[in-house]
Write a protein that binds this ligand. Structure first.
Ligand SMILES: [Zn+2]
Length: 221
């Protein structure tokens, strides 16, 4: 396989927690979610990931994944488990025993480009260790919160022996790459979105944005 497409799901359906500013744009309906799953069935080149450890991971996503014979990787927030609208620790174990994979989305949903050293240890080292103890198996893959990274963040991840880092840069990925770009489901996707992401080139504005943001990251160093 030359390349894969990574998809990112955040929240699905109703929630009883207050969303962060702008977070509603990443939330999808059950119908939108099912349309994406139906498009993915039978595609060996597509990987599904979940960020934020929302309760909908277990309540809405898991049964629909299992129904379709799909597996996914769930990046949960170690420090927010058990909070309203989030997964409980028992929910993380349920996902795991249902054949899903657990990774880390950090501790408290911070922007990793703006951490001090102490926060970085909590977000990367402590979160991975905590989730490793919770699941009984090593957790060494992370999804970078808000897709926000620079060379310094990647250096910290390498130092912490992270084995795979998922971004939100969009486009296709090399299956074995350490850095894995992903494509986020958004509140306004239509029924054709998944097929367009899987088979087509992204529309020009997105490509231009990505090139611009790469340049920006390079300049920032
Ligand atoms: Zn997130």
């Amino acid at each position: 396989m030359h390349s894969v497409v990574n998809l990112t799901v955040h929240g699905i359906g109703p929630t009883n927690r207050e969303l962060d500013p702008g977070e509603d744009t990443t939330w999808v309906s059950v119908e939108q979610f099912e349309q994406v799953l139906d498009a993915v069935v039978g595609r060996q080149d597509v990987r599904i990931t979940f960020d934020d450890g929302n309760a909908s991971d277990l309540e809405i996503a898991l049964p629909r994944l299992l129904e379709r014979g799909l597996t996914a990787e769930f990046f949960v927030l170690a420090g927010l488990l058990g909070q309203p609208g989030r997964l409980e620790e028992s929910g993380v174990r349920q996902l795991l025993s249902a054949g899903m994979r657990i990774g880390s989305h950090g501790w408290a949903h911070r922007d990793w480009r703006k951490m001090d050293t102490e926060q970085a240890v909590q977000e990367i080292v402590d979160a991975n260790r905590f989730l490793g103890e919770l699941t009984g198996q090593p957790v060494s893959r992370v999804a970078i919160p808000f897709g926000s990274y620079d060379r310094h963040v990647l250096g910290r991840l390498r130092q912490a022996k992270v084995t795979r880092a998922y971004t939100s840069d969009g486009g296709r990925a090399k299956p074995g790459s350490w850095l894995q770009p992903r494509n986020s489901l958004r509140h306004d996707i239509d029924a054709t979105w998944a097929n367009r992401v899987m088979d087509g080139t992204p529309p020009l504005p997105l490509r231009a944005r990505r090139i611009a943001s790469r340049t920006f990251k390079r300049v920032r160093g």
